[in-house]
Write a protein of this length. Structure first.
Length: 192
């Protein structure tokens, strides 16, 4: 059993914030224990909460396609989220994603920090504002920091970019947003 497997087992019982009460399950990170690249999203979505796996919904499909276009083998990437339980509000029968608050992000910090420590990735990619703020602090803005090399407090080289779900919401700018997302991932690919 790897250190990541042990962390996932421990996180399955996490009650550090109230999100566990309504979520179906903890959605922990997945990927090879020796992954050179760790990609961190924001929070599991509805599909991820039901399946128990990160990035399996519509945003995950965009991520998969973008990784191919950037020349990154998805099977070699460890994917996770800054927050491990789905936060949502009900609208009828539909569960709509909600942004986690700072207390929820802080409660989950222990998990992604331990994932980074166990994996020791060469590069961390943060996907979206919540992931960027979880790593770099509340003043972080993905709109100004995206596509540039940063360093995490743990000393890991990092690149911030948009979350693939932003491409889904972009409507008339989908092609432009997707191209920018792939360009950010190519920056990571060059480093690896």
């Amino acid at each position: 059993m790897t250190a990541i497997d042990e962390l996932a087992r421990e996180a399955a019982h996490c009650t550090a914030c109230d999100l566990y009460r309504d979520a179906t399950q903890t959605v922990f990170g997945e990927g090879p224990p020796d992954a050179r690249l760790m990609l961190m999203g924001e929070v599991p979505g509805d599909k991820e909460d039901l399946a128990g796996h990160p990035f399996v919904g519509p945003a995950g499909k965009i991520l998969d396609r973008a990784l191919v276009d950037a020349g990154i083998d998805r099977s070699l990437v460890y994917v996770t989220n800054a927050v491990k339980h789905f936060k949502f509000e009900r609208r009828g029968k539909v569960r709509i994603h909600k942004k986690p608050d700072s207390a929820e992000m802080l409660a989950c910090r222990q998990w992604w920090e331990r994932e980074v420590a166990a994996l020791q990735p060469e590069v961390l990619g943060t996907l979206g504002a919540t992931a960027g703020q979880a790593v770099f602090g509340p003043k972080f803005r993905v709109t100004t920091e995206r596509g540039t090399w940063l360093e995490t407090p743990q000393g890991v080289p990092a690149v911030a970019t948009i979350h693939p779900s932003a491409i889904l919401r972009a409507q008339e700018r989908k092609d432009e947003e997707y191209a920018g997302f792939v360009a950010d991932l190519r920056l990571i690919a060059e480093r690896l």
